[in-house]
Design a protein around this ligand. Structure first.
Ligand SMILES: C[S@@+](CC[C@H](N)C(=O)[O-])C[C@H]1O[C@@H](n2cnc3c(N)ncnc32)[C@H](O)[C@@H]1O
Length: 304
């Protein structure tokens, strides 16, 4: 069969264009980041199971986990401001869910050195944190150490997709931390080294981005924000500062890349096999007040 001529191709496209556009206006019914709670549900946790929210930020998910499931939650984060906000949010949640605050404990700490005993938690929940963590090996080996045998981890982490250019990856660093921790090969290597078994690994970025665009228009709105930021940089720099401007630009790009499939955001469901013995660590609950040195990543919430 011969290739259609340019005129033939144009006519063919014209014939389907309106129908195609109309179909693109129809939702594919994307699921959002609540998918992570469905995963917890599937674990069928026993009452009173302990869930670690590693990098709990302002406590939103620690509260939601305690609300949805009959579990105890430990929220750990290195940023005092986030822990303070989390404590406020937990206190406020008492009015709608009496008794919830007794089931959530907060502590300062970092995923690379968790202030918890070996084998002391049933589930590790770590959402949108590891992009900021340089030492992924330490983070995953800490998850393996604190999980009880057969305990499970639900991790949501952004990786860089091959289409992202070097220059774009540098912007990612400005926003989110070390580019190496978003390298899918590094992520897989760190999981393998920890001894945790990968039960499931699936990409969620495009679907979650679609969901967000359909429910609150966030991604497309960030495109409009980017146009404004790029057209009048001086205005925004004078109002808010250079560094703040750069962070805002980088965050807009992040949402765009996500919608363009230039990021590979994955969810990992991991299990601690019964035959790995956690290495004996000097970190125990009695050392829970860790020195909080080092850089703390920005609390920009990507998944929402
Ligand atoms: C984008 S926020 C996500 C917060 C929360 N997990 C969520 O999904 O809403 C990233 C959080 O990771 C925390 N963080 C940064 N570096 C960390 C580290 N090394 N260990 C634990 N948490 C860290 C930050 O303080 C911040 O609260």
């Amino acid at each position: 069969m011969t290739e259609p001529s340019l005129a033939g191709k144009s006519a063919r496209y014209e014939a389907i264009e309106d129908t195609f556009l109309a179909e693109l206006d129809e939702s594919l019914r994307p699921r959002g980041s609540d998918t992570l709670y469905d995963l917890v549900d599937e674990l069928g946790l026993a009452d009173g199971a302990i869930v670690l929210d590693a990098g709990c930020g302002k406590g939103h998910h620690a509260i939601e986990l305690a609300r949805r499931f009959d579990v105890g939650v430990i929220g750990i984060d290195p940023a005092p401001i986030h822990l303070d906000k989390a404590a406020e949010a937990i206190a406020a949640a008492e009015s709608t869910t009496p008794g919830i605050s007794a089931r959530i404990n907060l502590a300062p700490g970092r995923v690379e050195r968790l202030p918890l005993e070996d084998g002391s938690v049933d589930v590790v929940w770590c959402r949108d944190v590891l992009g900021a963590v340089e030492d992924l090996d330490a983070a995953y080996s800490e998850f393996a150490r604190v999980l009880r045998p057969k305990g499970q981890a639900i991790i949501y982490q952004s990786g860089l997709a091959p289409d992202l250019t070097e220059q774009e990856a540098r912007r990612f660093r400005a926003l989110d931390g070390p580019v190496t921790s978003a390298d899918p090969g590094r992520i897989d290597a760190a999981i393998t080294a920890s001894g945790l078994h990968v039960d499931r690994r699936f990409s969620v970025g495009l679907e979650w981005a679609e969901h967000l665009a359909e429910t609150n228009g966030k991604g497309p709105r960030r495109l409009l924000h980017l146009a404004r930021l790029l057209r009048q940089p001086e205005h925004y720099i004078e109002r808010f500062g250079r560094w703040e401007y750069d962070v805002m630009v980088a965050d807009c790009y992040w949402h765009l890349w996500r919608l363009m499939g230039k990021l590979d955001e994955k969810v990992y469901l991991l299990t601690k096999p019964t035959d790995i013995r956690p290495e004996v660590s000097p970190v125990t609950a009695s050392h829970s007040h860790l020195c909080l040195g080092g850089s703390i990543a920005l609390g920009v919430d990507h998944a929402q």
